[in-house]
Write a protein that binds this ligand. Structure first.
Ligand SMILES: [Zn+2]
Length: 305
């Protein structure tokens, strides 16, 4: 018998319709501000980088301009490095780690790569500390044509014309305790499925593409981040979040098939980082530093190969 209470919206075994989605939406509250926490940080970078508004999300009464930060001396023909954060808005270090990378490290790569950074892909969810957009859609399962998520569609419109020049794409995420307490149960309820409990790993790991694993590249990210925070150990079955560990701290997903952000370009090197912010052994500062370290290690690897 399943003794856990069912998610408070919907009927067990029945996928949500519009009324359930509306009820879910009505329960979401603004808990922090994109305009106060994120936009001013981007504005301060304008002195050293080009900032572009690549779209706007219109969710009445709110409007969210979407920002991309580019290398100032963008030269056609140089490899493009794409960094994305906040595809899941609640994953704080994805947003602030991307911004920290730009502020502290991006200039180290000037003249060698063209950097394109979208630090907060899903600002509505950033403000509500949620995984989904207002339609209860996960942007990180929506990178396909036509996309059901405006967050993914706007980013694809920015990136697709440059797709063939993108050599590296790193997408910055977190795995949190709320994945198990809130988001996985919500997903099961939304889709009319049973929630199968999963263990949240204590530590950092990366997700590579099953169809292009690049394990040496993934391992270079793990080695760099291990200097900043601890790496997730495999569980007793040799797995992390139910997936067999391909190398220490590395699991593989079919990125393109799942509509993951990291599968958007088909770049030679792609990785999704997963910082664990709920460990008693890490601070928010370390989480941001871990994301920045992963980006630097990824670019260093690209430039060395
Ligand atoms: Zn995520």
């Amino acid at each position: 018998m399943n003794s856990r209470p069912f998610y408070p919206i919907g009927t067990p075994g029945k996928a949500w319709g519009d009324p359930e989605r509306a009820e879910w939406h009505s329960r979401q509250r603004v808990l922090r501000s994109y305009a106060k926490d994120v936009v001013p940080v981007i504005d301060r970078l304008r002195a050293r980088f080009d900032v572009q508004v690549y779209g706007e999300l219109n969710y009445p009464p709110d409007r969210y301009p979407l920002f991309a930060i580019r290398s100032r001396n963008w030269v056609a023909g140089r490899p493009i490095v794409l960094v994305t954060g906040g595809v899941h808005g609640y994953e704080t270090s994805g947003v602030h780690g991307a911004l920290r990378f730009v502020d502290r490290h991006a200039e180290d790569y000037a003249g060698r790569v063209n950097l394109l950074v979208a630090p907060c892909v899903s600002p509505w969810a950033y403000e509500r500390i949620h995984r989904w957009n207002p339609q209860a859609i996960d942007p990180n399962r929506s990178f396909r044509e036509p996309s059901p998520a405006p967050e993914a569609a706007a980013l694809m419109q920015l990136v697709m014309p440059l797709r063939d020049q993108v050599s590296l794409h790193i997408d910055l995420h977190e795995t949190t305790d709320t994945d198990e307490s809130e988001f996985s149960p919500a997903l099961a309820a939304r889709d009319g499925k049973e929630h199968v409990p999963e263990t949240i790993p204590d530590g950092f790991y990366v997700v590579g593409d099953q169809n292009n694993p690049q394990l040496e590249f993934q391992s270079a990210l793990i080695a760099a981040v291990a200097k900043v925070t601890h790496i997730a150990p495999p569980d007793a079955q040799g797995k992390i979040i139910g997936e067999k560990v391909a190398a220490p701290g590395v699991i593989l997903f079919p990125a393109g098939g799942l509509g993951l952000c990291a599968g958007m370009t088909g770049a030679r090197y792609t990785s999704t980082t997963e910082v664990y912010p709920d460990s008693p052994r890490v601070t928010a500062e370390q989480c941001n530093a871990a994301q920045a370290a992963a980006v630097c290690a990824a670019i260093d690897y690209l430039l060395a190969h």
